[in-house]
Design a protein. Structure first.
Length: 285
């Protein structure tokens, strides 16, 4: 059976799922989205993702044509229609079709698109061995120009940094902010561990407030592990005992080298492994 895509209130076969070429989501990246995991037929941390979606939409003055309960119902129906046991939901809301111009007053009919499918972001062996990453020359957008807390369809900033990573033979790349501080990776939040303390950049470092990031912070605190949300530099990653990334698609994945410097002993560390296991337990609840 063909993948069933939710568009504008209907479930359509993938081959029939289309939007207008005049949609401002396509023309200008004008819209918002969420990437959500499904575990054991259940959409994971649904409410947190829905709340962030609507906050992003509010920030860009995009009126979502569904209420939150209606959106949740549509997501669950799409997951069920595609018989997704363990997979991924891409939820997109576009500005809608309009004229060739930036004026949002000349757009109409915002499109809600829900794709439920299977996903495998990284090779399973990388969760055992860890990632080697580089620092991209492309920095994160200045937060005064475009808030990183808006999960918009405009991902060119991240894509340019991702190109640098793949050109260097790495599948992920670190991005700094306009002050030269560590921000996040192209698709994941970053954590380091030094002397038993978990540290991650704060929201005002110009990062997306990751749903998985917040879940891991909570898991660490519940385990009695000290967590600091404070700024740090590349040097702090070089000399860290451990490092890992978090994201809805990536989950929790260790990093063992940055820019040719080995982190710790070059293997995933004990706290990373412990938090990864606790996160897996959370997905089974």
């Amino acid at each position: 059976m063909s993948l069933q895509i939710y568009i504008d209130g209907k479930l359509l076969p993938k081959e029939e799922a289309k939007i207008s070429v005049f949609d401002h989501g396509l023309l200008y990246g004008d819209g918002v989205f969420e990437g959500i995991r499904v575990y054991h037929h259940k959409v994971f941390l649904m409410q947190e993702h829905i709340d962030r979606l609507y906050e992003s939409a509010l920030a860009i003055r995009l009126e979502i044509p569904l209420s939150k309960p209606e959106m949740i119902k549509a997501i669950n129906e799409t997951v069920a229609a595609n018989k997704i046991e363990n997979g991924y939901v891409r939820l997109v809301v576009t500005r809608g079709a309009g004229s060739l111009g930036l004026d949002i007053r000349r757009t109409s009919n915002p499109q809600v698109i829900i794709i439920a499918d299977n996903i495998s972001l990284y090779d399973p062996q990388l969760y055992v061995d860890g990632l080697k990453i580089i620092t991209a020359a492309t920095i994160r957008n200045h937060p005064a120009a475009l808030s990183s807390r808006v999960k918009s369809l405009n991902y060119l900033n991240n894509i340019m940094a991702k190109i640098e990573g793949t050109d260097a033979g790495c599948i992920e790349a670190l991005m700094l902010n306009h002050k030269g501080e560590v921000a996040e990776c192209t698709g994941d939040n970053i954590f380091i561990i030094k002397n038993g303390i978990v540290k991650t950049p704060p929201i005002d470092a110009g990062i997306l407030e990751g749903i998985t990031r917040n879940a891991v912070i909570k898991l660490a605190e519940q385990s009695g592990i000290a967590v600091e949300q404070s700024s740090f530099m590349r040097h702090d990653i070089f000399v860290a005992d451990e490092c890992f990334l978090t994201g809805s698609a990536a989950e929790v994945i260790p990093v063992v080298a940055l820019d040719g410097r080995t982190i710790g002993n070059g293997k995933p560390g004990p706290i990373t492994k412990d938090l990864n296991e606790k996160f897996k337990q959370l997905t089974r609840e």
